[in-house]
Design a protein around this ligand. Sequence first.
Ligand SMILES: [Zn+2]
Length: 213
Amino acid sequence: MLLLPDLLDLVLPQQCAGCAQPAALLCPACRTWLDGLQPARTEPDPFPPGLPRTCASGSYDGVLRALLLSHKERGRLALARPLGALLAGAVSALGAGEVVLVPVPSAAAAVRARGHDHALRLARSAAAAAGLRAAPLLVPARRVADQSGLSSAGRAANLAGALRVRRPLSGLPVVVVDDVVTTGATLVEAARALREGGARVRGAAVVAATRRR
Ligand SMILES: [Zn+2]
């Protein structure tokens, strides 16, 4: 039987999501480290054709990777605020001006399994931090296979035509946002669908970029 303190511990883990030190959400060291991140242009190698100018807040490893996984897979939703602030910094680094932030949609089954739509949550948090609007304008057009284990070319083929816009976007300036960029195939497909839907894609912004090994 679970007692109330155990339940509270499940609901409110008293560990820093970045380094597992005792802390309510983030320890002071991890907060300071996050504050020091400088968003920068990122380019996957090989560069995928059709990828808009992309900015990332940092590398997908260490503390940043731990925070993103904790938010996405372990439901530490309070991390949406600091991660959203980082994403807002990456959007701002694009210098794109007044844009609507459009999250990359997850498959409905993945959203159900996780209990939330992590990219939409980050987009909304980033929009609030940046004084912009976020809108889930993209939806899956068909099922796609699991991306893990696929090559860059395999990912691109798997994703071609996978997304569509909800409605015509007649000239709307947008920035695509997501938590992580790896090969860039997802951002390419999102940008393609938005352009075909009539939007003006001013760039893409992510919290973290996977470094090439
Ligand atoms: Zn920490």
